[in-house]
Structure formats: structure tokens, C-alpha cells
Design a protein around this ligand. Sequence first.
Ligand SMILES: [Zn+2]
Length: 415
Amino acid sequence: MKKESSLKGGKKVKDIKTGSKELIKEINRYKVLNIIRKKQPINRVEISKACNLGTSTLSYIIDELTNQQLIKEVGESSSTGGRRAKLYEFNEDFGLVVSVKIEEEQIILAITDMNADVIDLKKVGFERKSSPNIVVNLIIDGILKLVEKNQREYSQIRGIGILSSGLINRQKGVILRSSMLGWKNVHIAEMVQKNFHDIPVFVDKNINGYTLAELWKGEGKESKDFLVVSIGAGLGLSIVKDYKIYYGFVGGAGEFGHTTIVVDGYRCHCGQQGCLEMYASEFYFQNKGKELLSQYPNSSLKSFYFHEVAQQAMKGDELANRLIKEMSTYLGIGIRNLINTFNPEKVILAGEGMNDSQLFIKHVKEIAYDNFFSRADVSTKLLESKLNDSAWLMGGALLVINHIFQAPIYEEVKE
Ligand SMILES: [Zn+2]
């Protein structure tokens, strides 16, 4: 759907002025709604300050949003000498959202409210490197079962948000290439949408979904320039600049896992050699662990999954400890490179690998904190995400919700 410009040639000046007035009104309406979504519960004084709006304009917008049942009054803020102020919240029951995360061997599906809080979820496994058709059918079947189980109506669903690994064309809803899944040019939005008429489907990269959750529910409440790095089976990065995810030329910004750290190093699933992901994630355990196994006859390592290696390391297994130490050295250097490239306020670490962070976080910090900026007494915080695993699903839902409540001026052009 192409966005029509409201300021086409041939219009009289009066029409243009009325047109822009309408647009400004519309933009203010979304501004108010989104500040309530982000800072709820919030009173009028705070909204007016955040949106830079006068009392009468704000009153009009609040009445309108209340009548449309998009926001609700939820009591009053406690008095601190002055008058008590009414508090407003977003109406999370305005509709439902379906969120889907595609992983290497399973999909996780959830239905959420309009605050992106998970109401119910379901996991469905599949064989590694399954075809897109198989996985899409599992998604469709999973959505049907989840909606039915929770006794909800399809008319309540405002959209479906899908998160996947790989290079994604968000405008067209296409997974251009995912070397983890072994997929190329998969028109996933269209394939899913066919089965759910009129329900829009949105697609983005896993880590960007997690970062949307950080923006709306976590670090984004305080910071506008930060990075999110996910650690575990792979290595992901999302770049936040001025409260927005930076997408790059074709939407692929953040493939930091595929920057080269070892010349002629391990062959990566992406096709290159020596990628950071091969050294600073579970892949390192699989590559290096197998090489070293014969030198450690007493090692109890049975597999090279992240959590298995971490557990054995905690029990004192020498090989496991060596692998963790070396992996975290590469990770620390990778994060140092990120800090030097982006000068972020903070770097948030997330992902399943962080469940075992006590084994490596100190070492990673030691390396990452020794960077270009630290020598000029500028410190960069390295923090563990405070969100839990449901943040991925929240992110999938936020893809949909943010799109619905995006001010018209920011609407992206769909080709
Ligand atoms: Zn690679």
C-alpha cells in the first residue's frame, strides 16, 4: 500500500492549510496515545509536558481517545501538596495480537493483549532445516489452536507479528535469506496471511523484536542510544538510535556476528570464514570443543550445547572452562569493537546464553571496558537485560501494535 501525499500539486493554499491542520491533529493524537502507552499510568501535566501541547488541545484529544476506548482513566496520582491528578492508561483490551518466534527447531506462538503482555503461549517443535511450508502450516495450526483454547474471536486479532533469523524485507514480509533455517526468498507474511483474511502480518529479525521490548518495556524508558547484543546459539545485534531501531540500506543492519574476527578462521553457515559468531557463541563450543576433546580424556562433556558446556564448567570440567574462557574473550573483544564503532550509552546483553552469565560476564566486562573511550574517561555501561524470555514474544506483538499506532507522517512506504 503506497502512502498518498496529502499535499499534491494543484490544490489551493486554503486546502493545503486545512490538510496540514488535519495532519497535525492526527500526529498529536498519536503522540498522546504513544506517550500513554510508554509511560502509563500518566497524568495530564506529564502528557502535556512530554507532547508539548496546550491544555485545551490535550483535553480534546484525551476525550476523543477515551470515547474510542483506546485509553482509560485509572484513578488518581497521590497528592504531594497540590491537587490530585487523574491518571490515564492505554486500554490493553482494545484487541489481541498474535506473536510468533521461529527458532532453529521450534516455533513459539503467543497471543498477547495490546500492551504486548502474553496471555497464553504454545511451543511446537520441528526438524532442523524443515521447509518453509511445513513451518508455516505449524504456525497456522498453532494460531488456530491457541485462539480456540482461549475462547477468543478472530475479529479481535489486530495483527500477527513474526520474528525470524536472517535478512528480512520488512516492507514485503519476506525472509530474503536465513542460513540458520536454510531458507531463501520465503514470502512468509503472504503465506500466513492467506489463511487469516484481513489480518495484517508483519515480519522482523528476532533480535529487533527483543529490542522493541527493551524500547517499550525496558531500557528505552531511560535511554535513546543503546545496543542490544544477544548471546547463545548465535550472536545478534540491534542498534537503537534516537529511540528507533537502525535498519540500514536493505534492513539488515546489525549482522555483527558475521564480522570477521579470525582471518581464514572457521567456516560460518553464512558462507564466509572467521565470523565472530563462530567464536563468540555456542558455535565455538561445537568447533573448538570437538577439536580439543581428545586432549581432555577426563572431560564429561557429552554435547556442545551452550547450557551443557556451562553446567560442566560449573562442575569444574577443564575443557568446558577453557571453552567458556576463550569464547568470552572473543565476545569481550567483539563488544569492545561495538563500543568503539557506535559510542553507545550502554550495551544490553540478552539471550539464552545469559542464563549462565555468571561464568563469563566478569571476563567480558574486563575486556570490553578497556576501550577507546575509557581511555578518555568516558565510560560505557555493559548491562544484563532485566527482561525475561517473554520479551521476544512481546517484541513480535509490538511489531503489530507499533504499526497500528504509528503517526501517519512516519508511515513507511510499501513497495
Ligand atoms: Zn558468518
